[in-house]
Design a protein around this ligand. Structure first.
Ligand SMILES: Cc1cc2nc3c(=O)[nH]c(=O)nc-3n(C[C@H](O)[C@H](O)[C@H](O)COP(=O)(O)OP(=O)(O)OC[C@H]3O[C@@H](n4cnc5c(N)ncnc54)[C@H](O)[C@@H]3O)c2cc1C
Ligand code: FES
Ligand code: FES
Length: 1280
């Protein structure tokens, strides 16, 4: 038995590590503290952001360097600081974004390029992107473009649509156009600003990221009843296991499993195994042997290095690159992965599946003895007191066919729906016979299935080129696949997918020469080239800096992490942190709330309920219905706040929230869908009806009639900065710093909740980390709750919502359902539309989009007879809210769906049907307004030519005929978007300082990534005739910009530019006479100084308000998009291969920013239509997709592989003062072109199985599962 050193005497309790070259010693840290929390809260290094705390978003990435226990050399890599325990960094050097560069010592080339390529909008994701790239260049200074793209598999950017980020990063690639920047030499890469002087120096030599030493002494830290041990020998490890095997202990390697299973534990003892050299023992073999502490990334490297010894090793390496993301793989171990599967049998572990298929064996140690077993046997073994030592991966036989598969809801960083590994040894000399029992291994089927044993048995000795063998194997497989049903994935899909994967493997085993041409391609996976983009626009240099393409003025400080978001603000003395306690059940009454456990949590300060609200327990404002801040009795939806808990740190507050015990009474089954609401007749009392012409008569008389229904779901905004608010009680009342799009309503809501007058509530906003409508009406709730807490406790309170609470509690996009009947002629001309629309507003109508239906429902199509009825459904979900292009996106989609239905009925090209129905100027829309600015037909024709659409359609037709299991589709979707400006008011203030002539602006808009600050600066610079550098924008606030409305509706930039223009005009009116007195061209500083001395008022304010009679759009935006996709019919996977977007932006004020908005909106929409799905538990109403594990906004490889954006040339807009057109929302609508392109591809697949006659709706989101199921696959069609 190993001897355990005395824990108290021989174990050190001090961590020593370096951050950006500076040494830190931390004595006895809290084992629960993450590196992220320490960097942000203890060192003020807030450039490293935090959002999901799940390894799912990448904003927290830092680079670490330490010595590599496999070879003793240094190793550097990026990791997610949110998952990294502080205790594990002893001896490491950590580089954060601040360590790379900044305003003081100069920006790092990566920071500069990201900013200059326009890759930073709200900026919240930018530091993580920069450090991730730095990690790659440290590992490989001259990567290829492909390697760069592969390296960004774990980062979400919700704003940009990724193209400019990838362009910036790929500019460092060895195969990139050197004109874009070129590779960086290693000296420049590591030239960091000296932390003390702020000047440039070589960071490595100053301990910036070199190896500073490896801690070899055992470590023990103990706080709050949890002990962290770091043994440094196997003997110490066994000693600790022996001592603690009866405790709630956990071995810790990369600690990334906490990103998946967040609620495991609690543990009293954590044993860090990363410093045990024996667990790094590797042998190149064959067989390849890998120690258990070796990271997944290192396993990939070892497998690649050994690939000449076994082709299987390449297959395994390729598959492991699909596990999690780079930063998780850099620290996450294969052993940790297997142990997740051990603890959670439902976990679709890729490592388990593929290693079992490869015949790998695992060696497990217990009290110094070891035992080797098959992975499937390990699964059933008790692991208490044991440690995994190593994995032995056999090379397999040269005659083996070995393939692995993973099909996931998103292209990257997503768990498998189903994964599989197949190995078959074939005798090709004789009759392609299966020599021995093959390995047919599946993951994701159910909690127990590993091998498809009956199928394996059946295949032994069979000739695989015989059709009967395939049939028999499929029959056996069909019988033994018994998938678990789940709310997140249907058993039918799971089963058919598994069958499809087996079929793919079977075909690849037969080989192309044994197959018909049609099925040949089934075996291959979809391939994606390195993505590319083109951007085309015009600019008038004569008007610069207005219309000048330039990145946001703050983009470099965003990329360097110096841009401050509310949660980055240093805490003031006595500041405390709050978290919502949210209900776990919908449609019930609140029972009892027991806070006793929560108040025992270290750092607990207080809790508040509805009874503590001093003003009105209502965050909504009249005339909206009452929406309680904390439920006082009725609980409408799961996720609804019922209380607020307050602690000394955010982590403690979040822990308190989970510890509150809440009971519920009177629980009834929740209504969660529109269908349920219709059945239960659960409606809000808002209805919209519009009739034009004689729809019923025209329908009856129409030569053709079709009817149907189509729906689209909800969407979570996924702003990277969750809802956050910070309230400080002051002598005057309350200072509120809120990440809101709507200062005005936050001010009113806080006043109402606290009982103060509005003039005592001062709200300010510098910037928000993404908003997309979700921080307009919805940010009132956290602001009101935070203010109530600050008022009660009389101290500063910060409420920064954790992701799961944010997703559950906050309002999202409204789902829709439309039932329609349409009449049309032989050509496909619309004659009558009768249309019932249902909008799901959740439990209360906070926002409703029925009133704008008459402006939006028709999109670009004229029909003389319409009947439209809109109803609002009441469900037990959070009240819905504005979400980028709210209301528009769904009705636009429904109209496009109707066009597809008409086209299918007449067997015509949908593009032709679209084209012949398009509005012409002079025709009236449903609201009765006459269109006078309609250029859609021209836009459409231009795109048909420039994107060679007819030719590509023919090519697709040929491709689809030749391929049974891969299908392509193309769709052209036009857009009309009514822009409303009359709701909006923004107060702008411009001042010129007499001291140096510099200009400051505060405006009523919120800078949320769209670049409003930059645009107003461009306008001011041009109007006053001063360089951009002389102008600055300050935080907006309710004092200098009172009564400003929400930033939204795509008009914020335009209207604030108008305000600045007017302020500057008035200032010029006062300045110009002095200018003339001074000879007409004095120096600006002298001119301003003279103005001041002569008593000229050098500040001006103006409120832009653009009233129109009634609800009227000011103008329409138009655009058209063509998207092409490829679909793998057997799996439902797809690639968006190309999108061409032509958008009328009028005369763009800043084409760089506007193209950024077009691309960002388009990709936001791709998420809505293809991957983002909100799923609720049918019993409780709980949101099941409440984290990055299940909710999937687009990742870098979900964007079109080829994205071409053109801003319509020679355009203008007489209805806007800047002659530009709104851009932040409209292009989003055209992203449904991807869904319709998929519909075309699916149609072709259905035709191949004689299911093509009927029109079918493809509802949104068209997930991988939905697309697969829509193909109506039947395994009897699986042939050779
Ligand atoms: C964002 C994200 C995405 C992911 N995507 C995927 C995916 O697509 N496919 C997939 O298969 N997995 C996925 N994972 C899981 C990931 O692969 C694992 O989290 C990782 O491999 C675990 O390794 P670790 O070293 O961090 O384990 P830890 O978190 O340190 O430990 C996990 C468990 O293993 C135990 N353990 C660790 N090492 C040993 C040992 N040597 N002996 C005994 N017990 C040990 C620990 O006690 C603990 O119970 C994902 C994870 C994240 C965070
Ligand atoms: S916060 Fe760490 S990955 Fe999201
Ligand atoms: S710029 Fe990437 S999330 Fe906003």
């Amino acid at each position: 038995m190993p001897i355990l050193p005395d824990a108290n005497e021989d174990f050190n309790d001090k961590l020593t590590f370096w951050v950006n070259g500076k040494r830190h010693v931390v004595q006895n840290p809290d084992p629960a503290m993450t590196l992220n929390e320490w960097l942000r809260s203890q060192r003020g290094l807030t450039g490293t952001k935090v959002m999901c705390r799940e390894g799912g978003c990448g904003c927290c990435v830092v680079m670490v360097t330490h010595s590599d226990l496999t070879n003793g050399g240094p190793c550097s890599y990026s990791l997610n600081s949110c998952l990294c325990p502080l205790c594990s960094v002893d001896g490491w050097s950590i580089t954060t974004v601040e360590g790379l560069g900044g305003q003081k010592g100069g920006f790092h080339p990566i920071q500069r390029r990201l900013a200059d390529f326009n890759g930073s909008q709200c900026g919240y994701c930018s530091p993580g992107m920069v450090v991730n790239m730095y990690g790659l260049l440290n590992k490989k200074p001259q990567p290829s473009q492909q390697e760069v793209e592969n390296h960004f598999d774990g980062h979400i950017c919700r704003c940009t649509g990724y193209r400019p980020i990838l362009d910036a990063m790929k500019s460092f690639a060895v195969d990139a156009d050197p004109g874009k920047g070129g590779c960086i030499d290693i000296e420049d890469l590591n030239k960091h600003p000296c932390p003390s002087a702020g000047e440039s120096c070589n960071g490595a030599s100053a301990n910036g990221n070199g190896v500073n030493g490896t801690s070899t002494s055992p470590l023990r830290c103990c706080q709050r009843g949890v002990t962290w041990y770091r043994p440094t020998t196997l003997a110490e490890l066994y000693g600790l296991l022996e001592r603690h095997s009866q405790d709630r202990y956990k071995l810790v390697c990369g600690n990334t499993a906490t990103g998946v299973y967040k609620n495991d534990g609690p543990y009293s003892c954590l044993i860090d195994i990363k410093s045990v050299p024996d667990l790094y023992n590797c042998q190149t073999g064959p067989p390849l042997v890998v120690g258990s502490a070796v990271s997944l990334s290192a396993v990939v490297d070892l497998l690649r290095a050994g690939s000449d010894r076994s082709p299987s090793y390449s297959v395994l390496a390729d598959h492991l690159c699909k596990v999690a993301n780079v930063s998780v793989r850099n620290v996450g171990s294969w052993a940790g992965n297997l142990m997740i599967k051990h603890a959670h049998p439902e976990f679709p572990s890729d490592v388990f599946t593929i290693m079992e298929a490869a015949g790998a064996k695992v060696t497990i140690g217990f009290r110094g003895e070891s035992q080797t077993m098959a992975i499937s046997d390990f699964w059933g073994t008790t692991m208490n007191g044991k440690v995994i030592h190593s994995l032995e991966i056999p090379p397999g036989n040269p005659e083996d066919v070995f393939r692995t598969y993973k099909v996931a809801p998103r292209s990257q960083n997503a768990h498998a729906y189903v994964n599989a590994g197949f190995r078959m040894t074939l005798d090709r000399q004789s009759e392609v016979k299966v020599v021995t029992k093959p390995h047919i291994v599946f993951g994701g089927i159910n909690k127990t299935m590993v091998h498809a044993s009956a199928t394996e048995d059946f295949l032994v000795g069979k000739r695989i080129t015989d059709a009967e063998t395939l049939r028999g194997a499929l029959t056996a497989l069909q019988a033994e696949l018994v998938p678990d049903e789940s709310a997140l994935q249907s058993a039918q899909y799971t089963k058919q997918l598994a069958m499809g994967l087996f079929y793919k493997f079977y075909l690849s085993a037969v080989g192309k020469e044994g197959l018909t041409e049609q099925v040949c391609s089934a075996a291959d996976s979809l391939t994606r080239p390195v993505s590319r983009g083109e951007q085309h626009f015009q600019t008038k240099e004569s008007e610069w800096p207005v219309r000048q393409p330039m990145p946001k003025t703050s983009s470099r400080v965003q990329a360097s992490g110096e841009a401050i978001y509310i949660n980055d603000m240093p805490a003031t003395s006595g500041e405390v942190y709050a978290a919502f306690v949210t209900s776990t059940v919908a449609n019930c009454k609140l029972g009892n709330m027991d806070f006793s456990h929560a108040m025992e949590i270290p750092g607990a300060v207080a809790y508040l309920t509805a009874a503590d609200v001093k003003g009105e327990n209502n965050y909504n404002l009249p005339p909206s219905p009452v929406a309680e801040i904390f439920s006082s009795n009725e609980v409408s939806f799961a996720g609804q706040p019922v209380a607020l808990v307050i602690a000394d740190t955010q982590v403690h507050a979040d822990a308190m929230a989970k510890a509150v015990q809440v009971t519920y009474t009177d629980i009834k089954t929740p209504i969660l869908t529109i269908q349920d609401a219709i059945t239960a007749e659960s409606f809000h009392p808002i209805v919209k009806e519009v009739v034009k012409g004689d729809p019923k008569g025209a329908l009856a008389a129409a030569p053709h009639r079709v009817s149907g229904e189509v729906s689209c779901g909800s969407q979570y905004h996924f702003y990277m900065e969750t809802q956050v608010c910070r309230c400080t009680p002051t002598e005057d009342g309350m200072d509120v710093q809120s990440a809101t799009q709507s200062m005005d309503s936050v001010q009113a809501s806080v006043a109402q909740a606290t009982g103060m007058s509005a003039h005592r509530v001062y709200v300010s906003v510098k910037r928000v980390g993404g908003a997309f409508g979700g921080k307009a009406a919805a940010s009132k709730l956290p602001a009101a709750a935070c203010a109530v807490a600050a008022q009660n406790l009389n101290r500063t309170v910060r409420l920064s919502m954790c992701l799961d609470a944010n997703m559950a509690a906050m309002s999202k996009r409204a789902p829709y359902l439309v039932k329609y009947e349409v009449g049309f002629d032989d050509e496909g001309r619309l004659l009558a539309v009768v249309y019932n629309l249902y909008e799901d507003n959740g439990c209360s109508v906070n926002t409703c989009f029925l009133p704008i239906l008459p402006f939006t429902a028709e999109n670009v199509y004229y029909c003389p007879n319409w009947e439209l009825t809109g109803q609002t459904c009441k469900t037990h979900t959070a009240p819905t809210t504005y979400t980028r292009a709210p209301g528009f996106v769904a009705v636009h989609f429904c109209m496009e769906h109707i066009i597809e239905h008409v086209a299918k009925t007449l067997n015509k090209d949908p593009t032709d049907i679209r084209r012949i129905n398009m509005f012409e100027n002079g025709q009236t829309i449903l609201s009765g307004d006459t269109l006078s600015d309609c250029n859609i037909a021209q836009l459409c024709d231009d795109l048909l030519t420039s994107a060679k659409i007819k030719q590509r359609q023919q090519e697709i037709e040929v491709f689809n005929k030749e391929h049974r299991w891969k299908k392509r589709g193309l769709s052209v979707v036009p857009l009309r978007y009514a822009i409303f400006t009359s709701f909006f008011r923004f107060t702008v203030f411009v001042a010129i300082y007499h001291t140096d002539g510099s200009v400051v602006i505060t405006h009523g808009g919120i800078e949320m990534g769209q670049g409003v600050d930059t645009k107003v600066m461009q306008v001011a610079a041009a109007s006053l005739g001063v360089p951009m550098e002389m102008i600055h924008t300050m935080s907006t606030n309710t004092l200098s910009s009172p009564n400003s409305t929400d930033s939204g509706g795509s008009v914020t930039s335009d209207l604030n530019c108008k305000g600045v223009l007017e302020c500057c005009r008035r200032l010029n009116e006062r300045i110009n006479p002095i200018r003339q007195e001074m000879g007409g061209a004095p120096k600006w500083t002298e001119l301003i100084n003279t103005c001041h001395s002569k008593g000229v008022d050098l500040s001006e304010k103006y409120m832009e308000h653009h009233p129109l009679p009634g609800l009227r759009p000011t103008y329409n935006s138009f655009g058209v998009t063509c998207t092409e996709v490829e679909l793998d019919v057997l799996t439902g996977e797809r690639e968006v291969t190309r999108s061409d977007i032509l958008f009328d932006c009028g005369e763009s004020v800043n084409p760089d920013l506007d193209i950024g908005q077009v691309e960002g909106a388009f990709v936001f929409g791709l998420g809505y239509w293809l991957t983002e799905k909100c799923v609720y538990d049918k019993e409780t109403g709980r949101l099941l997709t409440n984290g990055t594990w299940e909710y999937k906004p687009p990742a870098t490889k979900d964007i079109p592989a080829d994205l071409r954006v053109t801003l319509l040339p020679n355009s203008s807009n007489p209805y806007s003062v800047m002659r530009s057109k709104a851009v932040s929302e409209p292009p989003l609508l055209m992203s449904c072109s991807a869904l319709f392109a998929l519909r075309q591809a699916i149609q072709s697949a259905r035709e191949d199985s004689d299911n093509g006659a009927d029109f079918f709706p493809l509802n949104g989101p068209a997930t991988v599962e939905t697309c697969h199921q829509a193909c109506l696959l039947d395994s009897s069609n699986f042939t050779l």
